[in-house]
Write a protein that binds this ligand. Structure first.
Ligand code: ADP
Ligand code: MG
Length: 627
C-alpha cells in the first residue's frame, strides 16, 4: 500500500516518508516513541528532554489549556481546574463509577444517567475524550516541533481489560487530536514487542506482564504464536499503584511523627514519593516538615509495602489460574510501569514466578517503544513480518440522528464476528431499518453506504424494550453478512454484502484522509447529535411522567415541569450544544427530587396494597378451611 501523509495546515497530501509513532497514554504519565533506524526510541522535545509527560491538564480562567509538567504545578494551588487520571473516566458513565466518585479532586458532572461522563471545569463541560485529546495533541505538537515533520499515523496503547467503549473513546481522543489511529493495542502486547517477543513468527511463548504504574496494577498472561498475541487472562486492581505506596508512607508519618497535626497535604505526598525512591536506592530518608523531622528507613518501608505487594501477588495467582497454565509454562516475566523499579517488587515477582524477571528495558518506556514497533509494522516497514488480513475501513450501522455506530472497527483481523445490541426509539415500533455503512466519519452521510434492509415483525412494545442484536460477520474473503434479530421473540432477518473489499487503495486512502481532516467538525457534530438525542428522550420521559402522575403532582409542579420541558424543546431547535445541555440540567435538577417523591409514594402504595392482598388471601383460606 502506498504511504499517505497530510499537511494539516494545508490539508494537502505530502509524499515524503511520514513518521509512524507509538503512544502510551497512561493514567499517570504519557509518552510518544518512534522507530529511528532499526531501534525504537522515545521522541525528545526541542530542548532534548524526552517526551515523558505527566498526564495532567490544567484549564486557565480564559480556558487556555496547559498540559504536562506545567499543568502539574497547579495540582496544589488550583485542584478543581487541574485534571489528573482522566484515563480512569474514558468510556465511562457516572453510574459506572459507583463508589469511586469521590476519588477525584475535580468536579464530575452527575446527570444521573447512563450517558458518558462529563467533567465540569469552570463554566464548561468537557468529555474525557476531549481532555485525553489535549494530552495527545501536546505530545504530537512537541514531537512535530523537534522532528520538524508531521506525525499523523499512530498506534495507541490501552490496558488489556479495556472494553469496547473505552477503546472507542481512546480512538476518538486520537482522532480529535488530528491523529490517524492505525490501531489500538494492549499495553502488555506492546511491552512484549518492545522486548522483541512475537517478532519471530516461528516461536510459541507464554509471557507474564506485571505492570505496576502510578494508580493501577495489571497482570496479563499472553500466548504468542505465529506473531499473534492472545490475552489468556488479565487481572488487576484499578485502584492500586505507586501512589498507594506514597499514601502509606504519609500515613506512617502521621501516626509516628505528626500525630495531632496530621492533615493530608499534597506536599506530604510529594515528600513521601521522594522517600520511596531514596529508600529504594539504599538511602535512608530524612526531611523537615512544619517543625517536624520525618524519616524512613528500609525496614520501615518494607513493612509498609508488604500488604500492597501481597495484593498484587494474589492477582498473579488468580491470573495464572484463569490462564489454565502452570508456573513452568511461563517462558518470560516482564516488568512494566514506573513502580516496578522498586527492588521489593522485583524480589516478590521473582519469588512468585520462580524466575528472574526481564528488566533490561526501562519499565517506564517499554509500552511506548512497543507501540512504536507496532506502528512501524503497520507502516509496512518490516517486510519480514507478515501482516494478517484486516478489514480496511470500519463497518457499522446508522443510529438515531444519522450517527455511524461502528460494529467492526477498521484494521480488525479477519475473519471476524462482532455484535451489538440496539433498541427502538418509538412506542409500538414494529419495524427497524438497518442501514450498513463503511468508513471512518462520525456521520453516516459522509460514509459509504453498503446496503440496507428492514427487520420487520417486531411485536409492539414500549420504546427501549425490544433487544435487537445486529451481528456483523466478515469471512476470510472479506464478504460481509449482517444479521438482525429481536432477542425477546427471535424475529430474524439477514443480508449478505459482497462489496467489502472492492474499494481501491486510493479510495481507502482518501476516506482515511478525510476522516482525519474533518475529525474535529465530525466529533462536534456527533456530540451535538448525542446531546439532542438525550434531550429528545428526556422530553418524552417527562411528558410521560406528567401524564402518569397527574394525581400526585401539584399544579405548580406540573406547570413548572411543562415549562422546563418546553424550554428544552426550544433549546433543541437552537442546535447549540451548551444551551441544550443547560436546559437538560435545569429539567433534571427540578425533576429529580420530584421523581424520588413520586417513587416513594408509589412504593408505599404498592406496599399497602400488598398487605391488603395478603390479608384477603389469608382470610379466604381461613374461610375455605372452615367450610
Ligand atoms: P502509569 O502507567 O499509571 O501512567 P507510570 O508507569 O508512569 O504510571 O508509573 C508512575 C509511578 O512510578 C509513580 O507512582 C512513581 O512514584 C513511580 N516511580 C517512578 N520512578 C520510580 C522509582 N525510581 N522508584 C519507585 N517508584 C518510581
Ligand atoms: Mg502504564
Amino acid at each position: 500500500m502506498s504511504k499517505i501523509s497530510i499537511d494539516f495546515k494545508t490539508g494537502l497530501l505530502k509524499n515524503d516518508k511520514p513518521i509512524y509513532a507509538g503512544i502510551d497514554l497512561g493514567t499517570t504519565n504519557s509518552l510518544i516513541a518512534r522507530m529511528n533506524e532499526d531501534s525504537a526510541e522515545i521522541i525528545e522535545d526541542v530542548n532534548h528532554e524526552i517526551l515523558f509527560i505527566p498526564s495532567i491538564i490544567h484549564i486557565h480562567p480564559n480556558y487556555q489549556i496547559e498540559v504536562g509538567k506545567k499543568a502539574k504545578q497547579y495540582l496544589v494551588s488550583d485542584p478543581t481546574n487541574t485534571i489528573y487520571s482522566i484515563k480512569r473516566l474514558l468510556g465511562k458513565s457516572y453510574a459506572d463509577l459507583t463508589d469511586k466518585k469521590n476519588n477525584f479532586g475535580y468536579h464530575l458532572h452527575d446527570d444521573q444517567s447512563e450517558n458518558l461522563i462529563k467533567v465540569k471545569i469552570r463554566d464548561k463541560y468537557f468529555t474525557p475524550i476531549e481532555l485525553s485529546s489535549y494530552i495527545l495533541t501536546h505530545l504530537k505538537i512537541q514531537a512535530e516541533q523537534s522532528l520538524k515533520s508531521n506525525i499523523e499515523n499512530v498506534v495507541i496503547t490501552v490496558p488489556a481489560y479495556f472494553n469496547d467503549n473505552q477503546r472507542q473513546a481512546t480512538r476518538d481522543a486520537g482522532k480529535l487530536a488530528g491523529l490517524n489511529v492505525l490501531r489500538i493495542i494492549n499495553e502488555p502486547t506492546a511491552a512484549c514487542l518492545a522486548y522483541g517477543i512475537g517478532l519471530n513468527r516461528n516461536e510459541t511463548k507464554h509471557i507474564a506482564v506485571y505492570d505496576l504504574g502510578g494508580g493501577t496494577f495489571d497482570i496479563s498472561i499472553l500466548r504468542v504464536e505465529d506473531g499473534i498475541f492472545e490475552v489468556l487472562s488479565t487481572r488487576g486492581d484499578t485502584y492500586l499503584g505507586g501512589d498507594d505506596f506514597d499514601n502509606s508512607i504519609v500515613k506512617f508519618w502521621q501516626e509516628n511523627f505528626l500525630k495531632a497535626e496530621s492533615n493530608f497535604t499534597n506536599e506530604l505526598r510529594i515528600l513521601a514519593e521522594k522517600a520511596k525512591i531514596s529508600v529504594n536506592d539504599g538511602q535512608e530518608f530524612i526531611a523537615h516538615y512544619n517543625h517536624h523531622t520525618l524519616s524512613l528507613n528500609q525496614s520501615e518501608f518494607k513493612k509498609i509495602s508488604i500488604p500492597l505487594i501481597q495484593k498484587t501477588i494474589t492477582c498473579c495467582e488468580r491470573a495464572l489460574a484463569d490462564s489454565a497454565l502452570t508456573l513452568s509454562d511461563i517462558d518470560e516475566v516482564l516488568l512494566v510501569g514506573g513502580s516496578t523499579r522498586l527492588n521489593i517488587i522485583r524480589q516478590a515477582v521473582k519469588e512468585f514466578f520462580t524466575k528472574e524477571p526481564n528488566t533490561s528495558l526501562n519499565p517506564d518506556h517499554a509500552v511506548a517503544l512497543g507501540a512504536a514497533i507496532q506502528a512501524d509494522i503497520l507502516a509496512g516497514n518490516r517486510k519480514d513480518l507478515l501482516l494478517l488480513d484486516v478489514n480496511p475501513l470500519s463497518l457499522g450501522i446508522e443510529t438515531l440522528g444519522g450517527l455511524m455506530d461502528v460494529i467492526i472497527p477498521r484494521n480488525s483481523k479477519i475473519p471476524v464476528q462482532l455484535a451489538r445490541e440496539y433498541t427502538t426509539s418509538k412506542d409500538g415500533q414494529i419495524n427497524l431499518r438497518i442501514s450498513v455503512y463503511q468508513g471512518e466519519r462520525d456521520l453516516v452521510e459522509n460514509n459509504r453506504k453498503l446496503g440496507e434492509f428492514t427487520l420487520s415483525g417486531i411485536p409492539p412494545m414500549p420504546a427501549g424494550i425490544p433487544k435487537i442484536q445486529v451481528r456483523f460477520y466478515v469471512d476470510a474473503d472479506g464478504i460481509l453478512k449482517v444479521k438482525a434479530r429481536e432477542l425477546r421473540t427471535n424475529t430474524e432477518q439477514e443480508v449478505t454484502i459482497k462489496s467489502q473489499f472492492s474499494l481501491s487503495a486510493d479510495v481507502i486512502a482518501k476516506m482515511l484522509m478525510e476522516s482525519v481532516h474533518f475529525a474535529k467538525q465530525d466529533i462536534e457534530k456527533k456530540s451535538l447529535v448525542d446531546t439532542i438525542n438525550e434531550a429528545n428522550s428526556l422530553v418524552l420521559a417527562s411528558q410521560k411522567f406528567i401524564k402518569d402522575n397527574q394525581n400526585i403532582l401539584s399544579e405548580n409542579e406540573t406547570s413548572k415541569l411543562k415549562n422546563l420541558s418546553v424550554n428544552l424543546q426550544k433549546s433543541i431547535e437552537s442546535s447549540i450544544k451548551d444551551e441544550i445541555q443547560k436546559s437538560i440540567e435545569e429539567l433534571n435538577e427540578y425533576s429529580t427530587p420530584i421523581a424520588h417523591k413520586v417513587m416513594d409514594l408509589n412504593i408505599q402504595k404498592a406496599l399497602s396494597n400488598q398487605t391488603i392482598v395478603t390479608t384477603i388471601a389469608k382470610e379466604l383460606k381461613k374461610d375455605g378451611q372452615e367450610t
